[in-house]
Design a protein around this ligand. Structure first.
Ligand code: GAL
Length: 801
């Protein structure tokens, strides 16, 4: 788990945050991955006999009673499948075409009320605990289960967790056996959806087993700082708790190390006696001089280690990574470490090609890196708590996060979900703002919404006074309800109303929580309502949304816009707007579900990055269209661009800021080249007519794979012609095999493909618009890894690790 923090200073009508932030690994205590060696079986929501007798056998009449169910320790699960977590059973199911809104929104995977046979998942895992650890405490942390999970250890019920997004921890100490293998059982019920987008099903995030002392530091450590010049005054807040049987005298302090592991400061140890079953809240401070600040460009991270000792011996500690930074959110901008930044953000859901919602941690780094390369500096976790590793990636790589609560609801269940989200994520330097909800049409403009918002905001200020909150409203110039009380006004679309709203409420900062939303299909240039494809240029947007060039120029030039988040960075499963079947995933992404860029990616890259960008589209393979006009788009941040077809100039045009250029070009095969001038420097880019596919090219995302059973590599696949040119419209079927590691998913970004993401051996995928992707997970032992790709009539390719 990771923690972070920061500190707030109130500034005249503005919200001003001065910060430190921390993300954590545990030392002193043991925290082990609990992802391996699970067994899995589908249950049934409509037939108790197919649901491990759940609902038939009376199990809640006596503590530990579990006979005649899969919950029983002795239950024979040898016929169940072996799975390694994270695991998403929804992505394994075949697509089903049924005219149903819920099914469409969730990507036509047959989970939910209409499919009781696919909506319950049972998991079992046997584990041993060393007798040497007798006397210790043990807990299990689930980072996320979709959803409505119930958990048992050795037949004893540990309680449930409704949320499909907020994780939970259960103390299992009382139920652990040191002599015989222990059995943990989870029943997940995905019948009820929480969203209107693909959500996955099962234990789709990491699980951890922690071993620690009866005297321990509770999970909710909070670290924050006030920065003055090059000095940071750091405050650490922690609860020391005793579950021992007698009062204990102990000491508490915290140590800080820099990114090289060098000691840079510590708090003064404080001694106190803690009663049996007692707890002691600690608040200590230390000063760091010549502090290295965390920023988007240089995400410098420190570690802080709160420690509790008894008679000089360390009994518990936490290791929390943090970054020192200041964030001020004012009506005229976000200031990070005092420097103005425009929010250049994307919204994202959590699924990826081939994997559904169950991503190895590496994929979080992969996806955040792709967004960073585009020039994006912020990520909205629409519309729920992210996995902790996403925040780790954002801390490490320098990406701000707008962290969102699933529902605008102040009932005990949702207030508790919000509380857990705040406590879990408040130490991450990347988190710069909370969101208390999204488009709550039943509440946002009335007194219910206003009161719920006030309750959630009070909770946020209580648990994290170092930040503030927004709410994503699909409202134009409307102030009643949530907007009356929300510190930062969020606009979902309706960019035309922002100027008027600002005029009426000049001191309320405004952020575009959802903006843009051009619908595009990568590499496709005509609308096709049969296949459900849309042209890959900034042309088509739904009625409620806008094209990129309709919102970004407004946000770019007016500082009463803090900036905005495009809907979305990546395509995601579900919401195939404006189509339905055969479309199974959205078209909103600047990249497809694999992370292959669409042309719009280069529009944002041009205006979000201060580096030369020059991109020509479409590709230049238009056999049969000789003599016909082809509409050419150039995305660039150059001052002017001249286009040449086979060496002949088609004219030079000045590039307006935050815009693009177009030419209608009479097609003839050859080379279409753009030559541009940027700040007096010449740059060029071209597309070329290619020959037929000749050989496969594999492009791995990295060259080293850790043999830890968890690491992963993303391998992008394309084909080359005889001259080594990538063939952009290739559609070959590629077959994959792998020795020494496991293939865990394939994809190609085609929003209407019904090919399987997962398969039992014989892995294959068609290229779509020239690309597909295969994702490999490392094995547990160091060994040679060979990944092979083959296709009929093509030269194959292989990678070796
Ligand atoms: C918004 C909503 C998003 C997504 C999007 C599609 O209204 O907040 O979750 O549904 O529309 O356009």
């Amino acid at each position: 788990m990771n923690f972070l923090s920061r500190c707030i200073l109130g500034c005249l009508g503005t919200f001003c945050i001065l910060t430190t932030s921390f993300a954590q690994q545990n030392t002193g205590r043991k925290r082990e991955s609990f992802n391996d060696d699970w067994k899995f079986q589908l249950g049934n929501a409509a037939d108790v006999t197919k649901d491990a007798n759940y609902g038939l056998a009376v199990i809640f009449s006596k503590s530990g009673k579990a006979e005649n169910t899969a919950i029983a320790t002795k239950f024979n699960d040898s016929a169940w499948r072996n799975v390694q977590l994270p695991h998403d059973w929804a992505v394994e199911l075949p697509f089903v075409n049924k005219d149903n809104e819920n099914l469409k929104d969730h990507g036509y995977r047959p989970v939910g009320g209409l499919f009781p046979q696919n909506s319950i998942g049972w998991y079992r895992k046997k584990f041993t605990v060393a007798a040497a650890d007798s006397g210790k405490r043990f807990s299990i942390t689930f980072d996320g289960i979709f959803r409505d999970a119930k958990v048992w250890v050795n037949g004893f019920y540990l309680g449930g967790n409704e949320s499909g997004y907020v994780g939970f921890t259960r103390d299992i100490t009382d139920y652990v056996s040191f002599k015989t293998p222990n059995v943990i059982v989870v029943r997940a019920d995905a019948t009820q959806a929480e969203g209107w987008f693909y959500e996955g099903a099962g234990i789709y995030r990491n699980v951890w087993l922690s071993t620690y002392d009866n005297l321990s530091i509770a999970d909710d450590v909070f670290v924050h700082a006030v920065v003055t010049g090059s000095t940071a005054n750091i405050t650490v807040e922690a609860t020391v708790q005793s579950q021992g049987l007698k009062p204990t005298t102990c000491s508490f302090y915290a140590e800080v190390t820099n990114s090289n592991g060098k000691f840079v400061g510590k708090t003064h140890p404080q001694q106190f006696t803690i009663a049996q079953s007692g707890s002691q809240f600690m608040k200590q401070q230390l000063t760091l001089s010549n502090v290295d600040l965390w920023s988007i460009e240089q995400p410098y991270l420190y570690h802080i280690k709160p420690i509790v000792t008894v008679e000089g011996k360390q009994v518990d500690s936490r290791d929390i990574r943090f970054g020192v930074r200041t964030v001020e959110i004012k009506a005229d901008g976000v200031f990070l470490n005092g420097k103005f930044i425009k929010i250049k953000g994307t919204n994202n859901h959590q699924d990826h090609a081939g994997l559904g919602s169950a991503l190895p941690d590496y994929l979080q780094y992969y996806r955040i890196s792709l967004l960073k390369q585009m020039g994006s500096n912020a990520y909205r976790t629409s519309h729920h708590a992210p996995t902790p590793e996403l925040l780790d990636a954002c801390d490490s790589l320098g990406m701000l996060v707008l962290d969102e609560q699933r529902l605008l609801n102040s009932s005990p269940e949702y207030l508790d979900q919000f509380e857990r989200l705040l406590k879990r994520d408040r130490n991450h330097p990347s988190v710069f703002l909370w969101s208390i909800g999204n488009e709550e049409g039943y509440a946002q403009t009335n007194s219910f919404g206003k009161r719920i918002a006030q309750t959630l905001l009070a909770k946020q200020v209580q648990l994290d006074p170092t930040r503030t909150s927004t709410y994503a409203a699909d409202l134009a110039n409307v102030y009643t309800g949530v907007n009356e009380v929300i510190p930062v006004r969020g606009f979902n679309y309706r960019q035309f109303a922002v100027a008027g709203y600002h005029k009426d409420h000049p001191t309320q900062p405004i952020i575009g929580t959802e903006m843009g939303s051009t619908l595009t299909t990568r590499g496709i240039y005509v609308k096709d309502t049969v296949t459900g494809y849309l042209p890959d240029e900034d042309i088509t947007a739904p009625w409620w949304a806008s094209k990129a060039e309709e919102w970004w120029p407004l946000a770019a030039k007016n500082n009463y816009w803090l900036g905005g988040f495009v809907w979305t960075g990546f395509d995601y499963r579900g919401e195939p707007t404006p189509f339905k079947w055969p479309n199974i995933n959205s078209h909103f992404g600047l990249m497809d579900v694999c992370g292959f860029p669409k042309n719009l990616y280069y529009y944002y890259e041009s205006w979000w990055k201060d580096e030369d960008v020059l991109h020509v589209s479409p590709h230049w393979n238009w056999k049969g269209k000789e003599g016909q006009k082809v509409n050419v788009w150039v995305n660039s941040n150059a001052d002017d661009v001249e286009l040449f077809l086979n060496g002949k100039s088609l004219g030079k045009k000045a590039m307006a800021r935050n815009s693009h250029l177009e030419w209608d070009v009479t097609y003839q095969p050859g080379t279409l080249k753009a030559v541009a001038t940027r700040n007096g420097k010449k740059i060029s880019s071209q597309v070329k007519t290619t020959g037929e596919p000749y050989k496969i090219k594999l492009s791995p995302s990295k060259n080293v794979l850790l043999a830890d059973g968890r690491d992963a590599v993303v391998v992008n696949v394309s084909v080359l012609d005889k001259n080594g040119l990538e063939v952009p419209d290739a559609a070959n079927l590629i077959e994959f095999s792998c020795e020494g590691a496991s293939i865990i998913g394939v994809g190609n970004g085609d929003p209407s493909s019904h090919e399987a993401d997962k398969m039992d051996g014989n892995w294959k995928r068609n290229l779509f618009s020239g690309y597909c992707q295969v994702i490999i997970r490392a094995g547990n032992t160091p060994q040679k890894v060979i990944i092979k790709a083959a296709s009929k009539n093509l030269l194959g390719a292989e990678l070796r690790y």
